[in-house]
Design a protein around this ligand. Structure first.
Ligand SMILES: [Fe+2]
Length: 117
C-alpha cells in the first residue's frame, strides 16, 4: 500500500506537482492506507492485549502517532494546503518502517519467548 502511495507521489513529482490525476490517486491511496492501518493496528493491539504484552501502552501510542500523521496529511490535502506528496510519502514510509524496527520487532521477540510452565 505504501508503495502505491510512493508511485503516485513520484508521478506527481515527475509532473512538477501539476498532475491532478496523481494528486487524486495519492489522496485515494492515503485514505485506503489509513483504513488498512486502523485494521492492522487493531488486530495487533488485540493480539498483544491477549498475550499481556507489557509495552502495549507505548506500542498503542506509536500506532496513534502514525494514524495521526496520516490523518493530518489527508486533512491538509482536503483543505487545499500545499503538500509535497513525495516528501509526505517518504516520511510516512520511514515512520512506519521505524515503527516496525522499534516496536513490532520488540513484541515479536516477546511472543517467541518460551511459556513458563
Ligand atoms: Fe505495531
Amino acid at each position: 500500500m505504501i508503495e502505491t502511495l510512493i508511485e503516485f507521489a513520484q508521478r506527481w513529482a515527475l509532473h512538477n506537482g501539476d498532475s491532478q490525476k496523481a494528486w487524486e490517486g495519492f489522496h485515494s491511496a492515503l485514505s485506503h492506507l489509513f483504513v488498512c492501518y486502523v485494521e492492522h493496528f487493531q488486530f495487533e493491539e488485540n493480539l498483544l492485549q491477549s498475550c499481556r504484552y507489557p509495552n502495549l501502552t507505548d506500542h498503542r501510542h506509536d500506532h496513534t502517532r502514525i494514524l495521526s500523521s496520516v490523518a493530518q496529511c489527508t486533512h491538509a490535502m482536503i483543505v487545499g494546503m500545499k503538500v509535497d506528496l513525495l516528501l509526505t510519502a517518504q516520511g510516512l514510509a520511514a515512520s512506519f518502517q521505524q515503527h516496525e524496527l522499534d516496536a513490532d520487532f520488540a513484541y515479536m521477540g516477546f511472543l517467541n519467548q518460551p511459556v513458563a510452565t
